[in-house]
Design a protein around this ligand. Structure first.
Ligand SMILES: [Zn+2]
Length: 90
C-alpha cells in the first residue's frame, strides 16, 4: 500500500464533491462518507455497489479510498481536504 499523493487526495476530494452534488447522502459511498463506517469491509461494499449501479464517480473514488488510512477516510468524509482544492496553485 502506497501513500496517496496530494494530487490523488485532490482527485478524491473532487469526486466526493461531484457525488454530493447529485446525491445529498453520498450515493454508493453513503455508509462510509455519510455514516462514518471507515473499515475496509465497508469500503469494499461501496465499491461493489458502485460497480453494480455503474456509477462512474463512485467507481473512480474506489481505488483511492481503498488506499486511505482510517484517519484519511474520516478527513475526506468531513470535507477536511476541501482546502486542498481552494488553495491557489503555485
Ligand atoms: Zn454512486
Amino acid at each position: 500500500m502506497s501513500q496517496l499523493t496530494v494530487d490523488e487526495l485532490k482527485t478524491a476530494t473532487r469526486l466526493r464533491r461531484k457525488i454530493y452534488q447529485d446525491h445529498a447522502a453520498g450515493c454508493c459511498w453513503h455508509i462510509v462518507l455519510d455514516d462514518g463506517n471507515l473499515e475496509d469491509s465497508s469500503v469494499v461494499f461501496c465499491i461493489q455497489q458502485a460497480k453494480q449501479r455503474g456509477c462512474t464517480f463512485c467507481m473512480d473514488l474506489g481505488p483511492l479510498v481503498k488506499r486511505m488510512s482510517r484517519t484519511q477516510r474520516a478527513k475526506l468524509s468531513t470535507g477536511g481536504y476541501n482546502k486542498l482544492l481552494d488553495a491557489p496553485s503555485s
